[in-house]
Structures are given as C-alpha cells and as structure tokens.
Ligand binder design. Structure first.
Ligand code: CNA
Length: 234
C-alpha cells in the first residue's frame, strides 16, 4: 500500500459509510448498522423519497436521531486523506457519505454523491438553512414562507446531482490509483462509477468482502482508520 501511494500523484479515494464508523456513525450493512436495528419500518424505506412525502413527521424523527450526528469528529482516515491531498498525491475524494466529515478534516476536493446534512433548503422558496433548523424543530421543520425545509441529501428514489457525477467521473477517469474503502458497493449508480477507473492500481479496504474484490490489485480486510494511519505522506 505504501509503495503504491509513493508512486501516485492523482489518487482518487472512493468511500462509503464504513469510512465514518470509526467516528461513531453507524453504516447500513454492518452488524451494528442501521439495517440491523429495529424500527417501525425498514431503514431503507424510511430514507426513500416516497416515505419522506407520505410520512414526513416520522422521517424527521428518524433523520434527527440517526442521520444528523453533528457532534461526530473526523477519524484517522479522514485526516490522512486531507494530508495526502495537501501533499499533492490525492486529487479527489468521492464519497457516498452525507456526514461532511471529509470537509471537517480539511479535504478540499470532495464529491458528495448523496449530498450533505450540512446543506438544507426550503422546498418552496429555496432559502438555505443550516442543520440546526432541523435539529431545533420539534417536528417537521418549516421555512418562514410555509414550505418544508429538506436536507440536501439524496433519498432512495431521487437522482444524484449531474454536476457532482460529472466532477467525480472526471476525477476517477484521470486517477492513477483508486482506493475504494468502507462500502459494500451495493448502492447504484455510485458503485457503477468504479468502471470509469482506467488507471494503475485499484486498492480495496473493507472489513468484509465486496463484489469487486476480484477486480482489485490489493484487498485489505481491516479497519480503514487503522490502515490509513500507517501511511507515511512524502
Ligand atoms: P454499507 O452498505 O453500510 O457498507 C459499509 C461497508 O463498510 C461494509 O461492507 C462494512 O463491512 C464496511 N466497514 C464498516 N466499518 C468499517 C471500517 N471501520 N473499516 C473497514 N470497513 C468497514 O454502506 P455504503 O456506503 O456502501 O452504502 C451506501 C449508502 C450508505 C449511502 O447512500 C450513504 O449515504 C449511506 N450512509 C451514510 C452514512 C454516513 O454519511 N456516514 C452512514 C450510514 C449510511
């Protein structure tokens, strides 16, 4: 891994929820993930566009307690990626996460495929809000114009931003090394983006196996924070 990084100048890091579990944010598919916890409805249903429209109040109860974890701090993985970017080794982070931890760690070029809990807007007038508009509302958060304030996160059944996809694919197609970490690679179109990588080495870091293991040059089954903490940035 260290040798691959030493030879790379345009690394793209492609990450999922597993990148943030060491910051205390549960992922979807681990044993302690949201899919293993019992709610009144399956978590993937609650986080869908139709559910948001039909059960808005329940959605916000869930979203506030399970997704809006604003106290979470970046871990060793987030910090090392910011360091690699600063040193000119990494060109972009592409993330499926909505927790904003890459920016908190100091990364500059981050493509947040599924949006961010830090951006929120009124569905009627478009006014922007910080996440405390949702934290501090007891039930459904409303704008002063009467519209519902919605987080700028991509729910199941919604489309990803065209600009974000374009930027991410451009970075991936120019990358000389791709590090894929902490994602079960089950959620599309995000997982399909890996096909745009035409560069040198593909490194996969995940606690468990993934459908892409056989495509990787190096598979590391360990904790991302612990693996990246050992990397020396030259
Ligand atoms: P997932 O399907 O839950 O997969 C996570 C993967 O990471 C699993 O294969 C785990 O084995 C692995 N993993 C967990 N912790 C570690 C660790 N410390 N080291 C190494 N591997 C680890 O999550 P995906 O990201 O693949 O699924 C995409 C969804 C999850 C996206 O839509 C995200 O928006 C959504 N999500 C995001 C967050 C967040 O923003 N932090 C949290 C929960 C879910």
């Amino acid at each position: 891994m260290q040798e691959i990084i030493n030879k790379s100048n345009r690394i793209v890091f492609f990450g999922g929820a597993g990148v943030s579990t060491e910051s205390g944010i549960p992922d979807f598919r681990s044993e302690t993930g949201l899919y293993s916890q019992k709610f009144d409805y399956p978590a993937e249903l609650i986080l869908s566009h139709d559910f948001f429209t039909e059960n808005t109040s329940y959605f916000y109860g869930f979203y506030r307690s399970k997704c809006l974890l604003l106290e979470a701090k970046p871990n060793a993985a987030h910090y090392k990626l910011a360091e690699l970017e600063k040193a000119g080794r990494l060109s972009a982070v592409v993330t499926q996460n909505i927790d904003g931890l890459h920016y908190k760690a100091g990364s500059k070029k981050v493509y947040e495929l599924h949006g961010s809990v830090y951006r929120n807007y009124c569905t009627k007038c478009g006014k922007k809000y910080d996440p405390y508009a949702i934290v501090n509302s007891a039930d459904i958060p409303y704008c002063e114009c009467g519209g519902i304030i919605k987080p700028d996160v991509v729910l199941f059944g919604e489309s990803l931003s065209d600009n974000t996809i374009k930027g991410a694919l451009a970075a991936i197609s120019r990358a000389d090394t791709m590090i894929v970490a902490g994602t079960s690679l089950n959620v599309y179109p995000a997982a399909g983006m890996l096909d745009y990588f035409r560069g040198g080495k593909l490194v996969l870091i995940n606690k468990t196996s993934t459908p892409f293991d056989n495509k990787a040059d190096l598979v590391i089954n360990a904790k991302i924070g612990e693996v990246l903490a050992q990397i020396k940035v030259k």
